[in-house]
Design a protein around this ligand. Structure first.
Ligand code: NAP
Length: 298
């Protein structure tokens, strides 16, 4: 059941690093009575000036609101802060927005259940200045009714991007890792391309618009390949793995010829070579998922 008075719903934010401060500021801005606590209390100064209440201890911060959000460096820090006051969590909803693994998320869900708290694990796919805007994507996993009860309050962090995933507490952390991997793949491709073009005096700022156009085009590949992966059928309607193999060899060779690192294209080619050696040379690029699925030992 959603909270009919979400705008007035009190909320506690524990952890006031760069991200925690942005989270608390967004709740204050939306008019939520906001209690905050941080190991280093000086970081609460601006928030208190803006209307937040600084709790004297982590325990009183937990006691102050039915909805308790924690955003600290990692899960060890979460337990470092909350373990000594675990009794105060009974009857609360704890939302952990600290980054960690899916196993840590599931373990913390059990830890919270043993203390009679309901638990949501979350992942923030945004930087602090974007929190509270439509650009902020926050992923949540855990009991759906618990999420729905507080969805309107959590919407203060970015209503458009507030996304519920699944009852499995581990799924937000797993999506976080998958999406960060995607980000590094794209950024490394951009930076390798920038180094390549830099050898001919092309500036990164000149390359950026074309790079962004290509990134947009690749979104079409993702859309086309996803059903192939789900069906396990990799029909090459665009290009075969052999074509990709040849193109990757060109990229590696060009990189070596102009004196930049060829590690990235050589690594990509190794993966394609493995798939081709397994009889997938005539399949689409999506067939590479089979190489990833088996791990390095295969
Ligand atoms: P940060 O600026 O380094 O702040 C770290 C926070 O954790 C501070 O409040 C710090 O308290 C607290 N902390 C660390 N160890 C602690 C301990 N042992 N006991 C008590 N408190 C402890 O980091 P951040 O950028 O706010 O990031 C916080 C979380 O958000 C991380 O898990 C991060 O991965 C995630 N995140 C961040 C971003 C981002 O762009 N910043 C984006 C997505 C997700 P003190 O102030 O006392 O040191």
């Amino acid at each position: 059941m959603s909270n009919p008075n979400a705008a007035q719903a009190p909320v506690t934010v524990i952890g006031l690093g760069l991200m925690g401060q942005a989270l608390a500021a967004a709740f204050v801005k939306q008019g939520h009575p906001t209690t905050v606590w941080n190991r280093t209390s000086a970081k609460a100064e601006q928030l208190v000036a803006d209307g937040a209440v600084l709790a004297e201890s982590a325990e009183s911060a937990v006691a102050a609101s039915p909805l308790v959000i924690i955003c600290v460096s990692d899960y060890d820090a979460v337990h470092g802060v909350l373990d000594p006051h675990a009794g105060a969590l009974a009857g609360k909803v704890l939302v952990n927005l600290s980054t960690g693994t899916s196993a840590q998320a599931r373990e913390t869900a059990e830890w919270a259940a043993q203390r009679d708290a309901r638990y949501l694990d979350g992942a923030i796919m945004a930087i602090p200045p974007v929190i509270g805007t439509d650009g902020a994507v926050l992923l949540y996993s855990g009991p759906k009714d618990t999420f729905e009860e507080h969805a309107a309050t959590l919407g203060a962090l970015g209503a458009a991007g507030t996304t519920y995933l699944d009852a499995d507490h581990g799924l937000s952390a797993l999506h976080d890792m998958a999406l960060l991997g995607l980000m590094w793949g794209i950024l490394n491709g951009f930076l390798h391309g920038t180094a390549l073009l830099g050898t001919a005096g092309v500036k990164a700022t000149t390359f950026a618009p074309l790079a962004n156009q290509m990134i947009k085009e690749v979104t079409e590949y993702v859309t086309a390949y996803a059903p192939q992966v789900d069906e396990g059928k990799y029909t090459a309607t665009d290009a075969t793995l052999t074509v990709h193999q040849d193109a990757l060899e060109h990229l590696a060779h060009e990189s070596e010829a102009v004196g930049i690192s060829a590690e990235l294209p050589r690594f990509f080619k190794q993966l394609v070579d493995r798939a081709a050696a397994e009889g997938r040379a005539d399949e689409s690029y999506a067939a590479l998922v089979e190489v990833f699925r088996r791990g390095a030992s295969a």
